[in-house]
Write a protein that binds this ligand. Structure first.
Ligand code: KG4
Ligand code: ZN
Length: 375
């Protein structure tokens, strides 16, 4: 069976056609995946402007869907269902995809499936690597989310930790803005950090610990659902962002004092190239260490046989390298999506849609977009 999926939760209009293979080890094959990115439009404003995003989705969606069908050499009669991202995300953006998906389902008399955006990110791992060994622990780390899931069985996701404030990708974007590096911040900080010293500045990362964890993490305990409820640890990145801000402010004050002393610095940039690289590398080390620490701790606690890392920040080169190395040392395989499947796309929504379709979770034409949809 083939499914057409639509994703429009943030600033990418995407459509994809994905087919079932009939093989449990590698259940899905991507026939097409089309993404119209709005990054160039929002860059001008330093971040995503919701109203502009929904209007641009409206302009792009017909062409993106037609192209996905064409690239897959698929006609409407070849499809078995339509999947669409129902939430979470920007409500105006979501509404464009949901309304379009419902209209297609009604016009072509196809079953409709509503998909949780983060289920899509999790299933991007299976789409790219094939079935994961279970139980698994999956970190979804993106511009809007930093959430840790215990996955005891296929299609079952239990949230066991999330950020209490900023998402990791959001911290990347805010720090990049602070340093005048543009939007989105992840790819540029990732690139600049390669030339920097990651120990140059000691940026701290808060460890948020749930009261229930007073008993401490047990080692190698298999994780039934009751344990998933007991083990909970959250992330926090706003303190890290603030310490970068404080560092920048201090350097601005030092410079103002130097100008007061008569030094002619007015036109020189605040930071030289190597200092920017050091800030990026030190910030990135703090983010990556905290993500990896918490994820491997959860894997130990739940007796996970595999670890997955998905979402836009999983494109980060240091996170990828460090997670793979740590997995090798710990003897636990680490799964990542391809770079193209890390950031938002519709192929992952198709994969999660097929999973839901096979579980019998169909939506009616009263399906509504939900900006804060729970998994
Ligand atoms: O999953 P995604 O495309 O959209 C959301 O669902 O949020 O993730 C976008 C986020 C942005 O915050 C972007 O800065 C971050 O992913 N990102 C990266 C990298 N590439 C994208 N962060 C760190 N390193 C990267 N290479
Ligand atoms: Zn996403």
């Amino acid at each position: 069976m083939r499914i057409l999926a639509i994703e429009s939760s943030c600033d990418e209009t995407a459509a994809a056609v994905v087919e079932e293979t009939g093989e449990a080890a590698r259940p899905w094959r991507t026939l097409s995946s089309v993404i119209a990115s709005q990054v160039a439009i929002h860059r001008e404003w330093g971040g995503v402007v919701p109203e502009i995003a929904s209007r641009q989705h409206l302009r792009d969606i017909c062409g993106v869907v037609e192209r996905a069908m064409g690239d897959a050499s698929t006609s409407w009669a070849d499809l078995g269902a339509i999947a669409v991202t129902q939430g979470p995300g920007l409500i105006g953006s979501l509404l464009v995809g949901v309304s379009f998906g419902k209209s297609l389902a009604a016009a072509h008399r196809l079953p409709l499936v509503g998909v949780h955006h983060l289920a899509g990110h999790i299933e991007s791992l299976v789409l790219h690597n094939g079935a994961m060994p279970l139980p698994a622990v999956v970190l979804v780390v993106s511009g809007g989310h930093t959430s840790l899931y215990h996955v005891p069985a296929e299609g079952e996701y239990h949230l066991v930790g999330k950020t209490r404030d900023d998402a990791a990708g959001e911290a990347y974007d805010k720090v990049a803005k602070l340093l005048g590096l543009g939007y989105p911040g992840g790819p540029v900080i990732d690139r600049l950090a390669r030339a920097g010293n990651d120990r140059a500045i000691d940026f701290p990362v808060a460890r948020m610990t749930h009261a229930d964890r007073a008993q401490g993490p047990a080692r190698g305990v298999p994780g039934p659902f009751e344990q998933a409820l007991k083990w909970r640890a959250d992330f926090s990145f706003s303190g890290l962002k603030t310490s970068v801000l404080r560092y920048v402010k201090r350097r601005q004050e030092e410079r103002a004092a130097a100008v007061d002393r008569g030094q002619a610095l007015h036109n020189a940039p605040l930071f030289g190239e190597s200092e920017v690289a050091d800030i990026c590398a030190s910030f990135q080390r703090a983010v990556v260490e905290s993500l990896i620490e918490r994820t491997f701790e959860a894997a130990r606690w739940f007796g996970a046989k595999g670890i997955g890392i998905a979402g836009g920040v999983s494109a980060n080169s240091r996170l990828r390298t460090d997670a793979m190395a740590r997995g090798e040392r710990a003897g636990i395989p680490v799964f990542l999506p391809s770079l193209a499947l890390s950031t938002d796309n519709a192929a992952m929504i198709a994969a999660a849609g097929l999973r839901r379709f096979r579980a019998g979770a169909l939506a009616g034409l009263d399906l509504n977009a939900d900006a804060a949809l729970q998994m």
